[in-house]
Ligand binder design. Structure first.
Ligand code: AP5
Length: 218
């Protein structure tokens, strides 16, 4: 069983490497950011609350986030293991998760932190765009759709830029997340679970390094 946390600042490539991990290891990809965006689109109570934080680049409160993760982990498709992308982001979330995992018998096996310089993150986020229909991620510099203006995954022609990828919000997202990142890495380093991966490389190279860590667990 492989159960992973993917840590990394906004734009570090967590979503990108998650797709590659899913392809090879068939784990369930759980992105708290994606879950919040879905809840916002459906205008649920959680979505409306999350929106007030996400639109400013702030973190959604710990208890709200941990509850969402707990509910998701309780669903029956997690048997092969999970990748939690973008969770935890605070020590409080990490501690809440320890209780959740113990109760559900879904303990962590690996924590991978993708390390990318701030200038690269800003460049990636300002160039990112998404498919409105299926959420597939593209990049004006490094990953354009194979067929012009057509989503590779679902064929839609409708793309958008995430509200929180606008430059004024990106600055705050980076500031908020940078403050939390070092203590979290320290927390998992002490538990012997952390591997740091250079996220500045190409997506293929990043995955190769992540794969080297995960294949030892099989
Ligand atoms: P979330 O959606 O998780 O955003 P994030 O952490 O800011 O991460 P991103 O999705 O922006 O980036 P990524 O690392 O997945 O990079 P990607 O692969 O897309 O969260 C959004 C918000 O929700 C948060 O700000 C917060 O408000 C709230 N939230 C979520 N989780 C929370 C939690 N636990 N607690 C509280 N609040 C929470 O790549 C980025 C771009 O770069 C793409 O265009 C991609 O094509 C390109 N790219 C990727 N890898 C490479 C590479 N190796 N080389 C070149 N280009 C690359």
């Amino acid at each position: 069983m492989i159960n992973i946390f993917l840590l990394g600042l906004p734009g570090a490539g967590k979503g990108t490497v998650s797709e590659q991990i899913v392809d090879k290891y068939h784990l369930t990809h759980i992105s708290t950011g994606d879950m919040f965006r879905e809840a916002m689109a459906n205008e649920t109570k959680v979505g409306l609350e999350a929106k007030s934080y996400i639109d400013k680049g702030d973190l959604v409160p710990d208890e709200v986030t941990a509850k969402l993760v707990e509910e998701r982990l309780g669903q029956p498709d997690i048997n092969e293991g999970y990748i939690l992308d973008g969770f935890p982001r605070t020590i409080v979330q990490a501690e809440l998760f320890e209780d959740i995992a113990k109760r559900m018998n879904k303990q962590l096996t690996n924590v991978i932190s993708l390390e990318v310089k701030e200038e690269t993150l800003i460049r990636r986020l300002s160039a990112r765009f998404m498919c409105k229909k299926c959420g597939a991620t593209y990049n004006k510099i490094t990953k354009m759709p194979k067929v012009k203006e057509t989503c590779d995954r679902c064929g839609s022609h409708d793309f958008y830029q995430r509200e929180d990828d606008k430059p004024e919000v990106v600055q705050n997202r980076l500031k908020v997340n940078e403050k939390m990142n070092a203590p979290l890495k320290d927390f998992y380093q002490k538990k012997g679970l952390l591997t740091v991966v250079d996220g500045e490389q190409t997506p293929e190279e990043v995955f190769k390094n992540v794969d080297a860590v995960l294949s030892k667990k099989q």
